[in-house]
Design a protein around this ligand. Structure first.
Ligand SMILES: Nc1nc2c(ncn2[C@@H]2O[C@H](COP(=O)(O)OP(=O)(O)O)[C@@H](O)[C@H]2O)c(=O)[nH]1
Ligand SMILES: [Mg+2]
Length: 501
């Protein structure tokens, strides 16, 4: 009997893969050639992966920098700033892939707005205060009993009042039918949500550890290009860069692009709708910062020839799964040193994946969003985000594995903090220990900074220095200056510890 193929006879799969008895000699030859080609490609991929792993491997003398912080704090955006600074070519290669993410962000935002409008009628006031343990950090009593900080639960009267102030009052019927027809017209666009999510995540979903449910692993950019072409693409960076966005005919992305172009006016109308505006003002509709950003720029984003700008890429949101490593060559004083940057998933369900990376880390940038004083974490709607950041920072400061790491704190999203305060949001409402202090930017940032410094002081056996920066990591110019600054300070410590001086 002739050997059927390269598959082993013992392999239980062989039976299923056995060629048909009626196979002709020519067919057999073609099949064997195809199998040999598949094997060659598979081996080549394995070899490329091995080389990639090899080149990524940290060598003695390399710098290992971890970006830590809760979900949505700005770690991946900061990583993109590093990329822009030290490997701009690679960001160029990814530019087309970001279109998929941004479309996904837009589609999700519209869906969220329409869902919120729908639930308005049977709306239950969810703007209730949470029983935050923040008092543990924010001026709690020494006994450690953390009483609920926020007591201003809306009364039945308030709720009745907020109902009577419904934006559907007045021209209610017109408004309703207006929104109903927008909903109808936008429904095909909303319908692409699942397919876009699937394209980005490659079918992986992780339940319970993040709000979008869509996570990407490192290398996702290649997937947004390889799938539509029906073959592996993007392993070779030159192959990727040779493809201009226009050359990549991804049917799904093209479809969404056409729908967006056709729905531009509807999206603008929805975004400018009095009811939507009022729901936002009343904080019944809470939009993420990237939603607002892309909706504000919808004319540009929905244009059929849209190519994401660098600013768009910095504002796009996609959740990181696990730990993604990025390697940059950093030149300093005429010396090139490889920096390994580790960007982690920040949701609570992801934090256990960090620990194996703590070993031999040279430096940490802890990113804490100071604008988040009025937000809770997705994983636990009773935990205020600043409180979660402080708890997490306590763990990082006190971790014995990290005791020799250079420690940098980014108090991030200062631009958003400023606009929240300008819009009259009062810190005291969410953090009662803030008390009667002035509700201005300077007072608020210094107040938060003091709490982080206190956590550091209380968990600082090694007497290490904490370097703090007020940041807005979407601001390229300012962030690059700070990165330069951080690089110099990390490098000074690194030279000392590596005794390279
Ligand atoms: N306006 C503003 N947006 C920010 C800032 N930092 C991050 N973002 C946005 O917040 C979202 C979450 O950031 P990301 O880097 O993905 O957070 P990660 O979960 O810590 O990686 C993205 O849409 C970012 O563009 C900031 O300083 N200012
Ligand atoms: Mg991230």
């Amino acid at each position: 009997m002739r050997s059927p193929s390269i598959y082993s006879q013992d392999d239980p799969l062989s039976e299923a893969l056995k060629p048909p008895e009626s196979e002709t000699e020519a067919e057999r030859e073609a099949r064997l050639e195809q199998e040999a080609e598949a094997k060659r490609v598979s081996e080549q991929i394995d070899e490329e992966l091995r080389l990639e792993r090899e080149s990524m491997k940290k060598k003695r003398g390399d710098v290992k920098l971890l970006l830590l912080g809760q979900a949505e704090s700005g770690k991946s955006t900061l990583q993109r700033q590093f990329q822009l600074m030290y490997k701009p070519h690679s960001l160029e290669q990814e530019r087309a892939s970001w279109r998929t993410v941004i479309y996904f962000n837009v589609v999700r935002s519209i869906k969220h707005i329409l869902n919120t409008l729908e639930s308005w009628d049977d709306y239950v006031d969810d703007d209730v205060a949470f029983d935050s343990p923040i008092s543990k950090y924010m001026g709690a009593s020494r006994s450690g009993t953390s009483s609920p900080v926020i007591t201003n639960l809306p009364s039945e009267n308030d709720r009745a009042h907020s109902r009577s102030a419904s934006p559907f009052q007045g021209n209610a019927e017109t408004s309703r039918s207006n929104i109903a027809s927008l909903r109808r017209r936008l429904s095909p666009l909303i319908g692409t949500d699942a397919a876009l999510a699937d394209r980005l995540s490659g079918g992986i979903t992780v339940s319970g550890s993040g709000k979008g449910g869509v996570f990407v692993r490192s290398g996702w950019q290649a997937r947004t290009i390889e799938n539509p072409l029906g073959r592996r693409r993007g392993r070779n960076p030159d192959e990727l860069s040779a493809k201009k966005p226009d050359d990549i005919h991804d049917a799904l992305v093209q479809d969404v692009s056409h729908m967006l172009d056709a729905s531009k006016d509807d999206i603008r109308e929805l975004w400018a709708h009095a009811t939507v505006k009022e729901l936002i003002a009343k904080r019944r509709l809470k939009l993420d910062e990237w939603s607002e950003f892309f909706l504000r720029h919808i004319s540009r984003v929905a244009a059929s020839d849209y190519v994401p700008s660098t600013d768009d890429i910095l504002h796009a949101r996609i959740q990181t799964m696990g730990v993604a490593e990025h390697v940059f060559d950093v030149n300093i004083h005429g010396k090139s040193v490889s920096w390994h940057l580790f960007d982690v998933g920040g949701a609570r369900g992801q934090r256990h994946t960090w620990v194996p990376y703590f070993d031999d880390a040279n430096a940490i940038i802890f990113v804490a969003p100071v604008s988040a004083f009025d937000q809770v974490i997705f994983e636990d709607p009773r935990t205020n985000r600043i409180d979660d950041s402080l708890q997490l920072f306590t763990q990082i400061c006190s971790s014995p594995l990290l005791k020799n790491a250079h420690l940098v704190l980014f108090l991030n999203k200062t631009d958003l903090l400023r606009s929240k305060l300008d819009n009259g949001l009062r810190v005291k409402k969410y953090i009662t220990s803030f008390g009667e202090r002035m509700n201005d930017y300077e007072t608020v940032v210094q107040y938060f900074r003091a709490h982080f410094l206190q956590v550091h002081r209380r968990n600082n056996e090694n007497r290490r220095v904490l370097y703090t920066h007020f940041t807005s990591v979407v601001d390229t110019k300012a962030t690059q200056r700070i990165i330069g600054n951080v690089r110099d300070s990390i490098f000074r410590g690194y030279l000392q510890s590596a005794a390279l001086v």
